[in-house]
Design a protein around this ligand. Structure first.
Ligand SMILES: [Zn+2]
Length: 181
């Protein structure tokens, strides 16, 4: 075996370790982690691969204060494309929408989505401070930037900035009461 081949194998292992495997237990565990930060404002049930919102293909959405619907394959693609725990950001973003539903919050575009991004950022800070995670802010920002659309979700730069702002504040109430405009 050549040195180059050994190096390639080592790199392969390293890149695999950068993407968590999304299973039902990963999703359920993430839900209970997010609940620790956000559960007093909304406590949705996470439906897995059930198209619980009636959506054509399961990716990730909230359709009311108590329903988040996600697809395992979609969340796995977030991990694979953007890095370790990108899927946790997606779930925390949807949880932010559940809080909006629970409180009748309906901001003009793109701030409804950017408020959800802020919720993603605040959860990452919570996970670092209280759950023993290394920061996955960069994976989260990469995921958010990739799904920007200039109308409902905002520009890549906006999604980047609001996710980082939520992380820097480390307080989901700031997302709801002090969101920059
Ligand atoms: Zn959203």
């Amino acid at each position: 075996m050549t040195k180059h081949l050994v190096l390639a194998i080592a790199l392969g292992v390293a890149s695999l370790s950068q993407a968590a495997t999304v299973s039902r237990s990963y999703i359920t565990k993430t839900g209970s982690e997010i609940s620790q930060e956000k559960g007093r404002y909304a406590n949705p049930t996470i439906y897995i691969d059930q198209r619980a919102c009636g959506e054509p293909s399961p990716n990730a959405m909230a359709c009311g204060p108590s329903i988040i619907s996600v697809g395992t394959q979609f969340l796995q693609s977030q991990e694979t494309q953007h890095g370790n725990y990108a899927a946790k950001m997606v779930l925390a973003h949807e949880w932010g929408h559940s809080i909006q539903f629970a409180n009748g919050i309906n901001l003009r575009a793109p701030y409804q989505e950017l408020q959800a991004d802020c919720n993603g950022g605040s959860f990452i800070r919570y996970a670092v401070n209280n759950l023993g995670y290394s920061s996955f802010l960069e994976a989260a920002v990469s995921s958010a930037r990739a799904a920007a659309d200039y109308s409902t979700h905002g520009t890549p730069a906006q999604r980047d900035a609001f996710t980082r702002w939520g992380y820097a504040q480390g307080d989901l109430l700031k997302c709801f009461n002090n969101l920059p405009r």
